[in-house]
Design a protein around this ligand. Structure first.
Ligand code: ZN
Length: 396
């Protein structure tokens, strides 16, 4: 496996459709894109990859993954397991953003940070949000601002829970303070500094966010609410939020129970939002991978539990194309350039010179993932993992 790779005759979705081109990668960067790129006199150690018959897209950016596990809402035995490297790579995910969740007592930010470093060593790119569902926020350095400035991998805060029985029921003042701290930390560190917001099934929907910015200098775009496809009411509130300038995120992990009880499938939500005129730059999908997917009764009693999958991210993007007539370019944008932009990851999410060489090859006939490259390194080939995590024994 050489450090220089030349993808020949790929149909490039950057995510915008650039047509059939060659893409040259050296070490971990994309260094040239063009027609008929010439490998020279044959002395250079270049790995030639025949990409004829494939779409070449940016590696997917999953903006919400519980990569040290989450949950525990039904007691200790319901804490979900950690994500493994190939859970991400086989699903085309080359950048994952890790978060805590409901439990910030037995799950810690230091553990999250260690796992982020481990996954980075294993080959993908990782970032984290400080805090958890709770306000005031748990932090490592003493404040959200300090965590964003002083810890490289921390790029935002959250997911802060609102409109949910598991939320710490933050006041408007508390929400404003979290947003202000994230904003200043992000500015000083040159990071996105957004507040990822977990939106539950509560009746207040996204109102706390609209009320938090009213009368302040904060912008709606400071908040990045997720689970906006949880039910019809939240979806409608999400469209209003996007029409007012915010970015909204749809969760791709789901259960048959949720879909039967009012959840809008993420693929369908993406299609509906696009037909409502929301630009794809304000629409993202995330997997909520390794989250617990609790099934609650109407009185809040836990009835059962499933585990979110990172692979649902591309499965939903593909379904948006196959089942809901979304263009492949838009479906790919919702899992690449859109999340990269909202998170401030300017070296991610696009096929362009100087961007990281995170690349997915997708079979043009079936739209299944064939190969995945993270920072120039082959992770998946012919839909099989060629690199596995430290403690993964099986090759698939
Ligand atoms: Zn959540």
């Amino acid at each position: 496996m050489t450090a220089i790779k030349l993808f020949k005759n790929a149909h490039v979705l950057a995510p915008e459709d650039l047509g059939v081109l060659d893409v040259l990668v050296a070490a971990n960067k994309i260094v040239a894109i063009g027609k008929d790129l010439n490998p020279g006199d044959g002395n250079l150690p270049i790995e030639m990859i025949d990409a004829n018959g494939f779409y070449l897209t940016p590696g997917f950016v999953d903006s919400l993954v519980h990569f040290i596990g989450g949950g525990g809402e039904g007691g200790f035995a319901t804490r979900t397991p950690e994500m493994q490297l190939t859970d991400a790579t086989l699903g085309g995910v080359t950048t994952a953003i890790g978060v805590l969740g409901t439990d910030a007592t037995t799950r810690t930010l230091t553990n999250l940070l260690a796992k982020a470093h481990a996954l980075e060593i294993e080959g993908i790119s990782t970032y984290c949000h400080t805090g958890s569902y709770q306000v005031p926020c748990r932090t490592i350095m003493g404040s959200v601002t300090d965590d964003l400035i002083l810890i490289d991998k921390f790029i935002g805060v959250g997911e802060i829970a609102i409109s949910d029985h598991r939320s710490s029921q933050p006041s408007l003042t508390e929400l404003r303070k979290v947003a202000a701290e994230a904003r200043v930390g992000g500015m000083l560190a040159g990071k996105g500094g957004i507040v990822s917001v977990h939106v539950g099934a509560g009746a207040s929907l996204l109102d706390p966010l609209h009320r938090a910015i009213a009368g302040t200098e904060l912008q709606l775009s400071q908040f990045y609410p997720t689970h906006i496809n949880r039910n019809q009411a939240i979806f409608a509130a999400g469209l209003r939020f996007a029409q007012a300038g915010g970015v909204i995120d749809f969760t791709t992990s789901t259960t048959a129970y949720d879909l039967k009880h009012g959840e809008v499938a993420a693929a369908q939500a993406l299609a509906l939002a696009l037909t409502q005129g929301i630009p794809v730059s304000q629409l993202t999908l995330s997997s909520d991978g390794n989250a617990s997917l609790p099934i609650f009764s109407s009185s809040g009693q836990l009835l059962g539990l499933e585990v979110g999958k990172v692979s649902s991210l591309y499965a939903s993007a593909r379904s948006a194309v196959m089942d809901y007539q979304v263009t492949l370019s838009n479906a790919i944008a919702a899992i690449t350039s859109s999340p990269a932009d909202v998170l401030g990851l300017h070296h991610k999410g696009r096929i362009a010179v100087d961007k990281d060489a995170d690349i997915v090859l997708i079979d043009k006939k079936t739209l299944h993932i064939d190969s995945v490259f993270a920072k120039g390194k082959t992770m998946v080939k012919a839909a099989k993992a060629v690199v596995v995590g430290t403690f993964e024994t099986k090759l698939n």
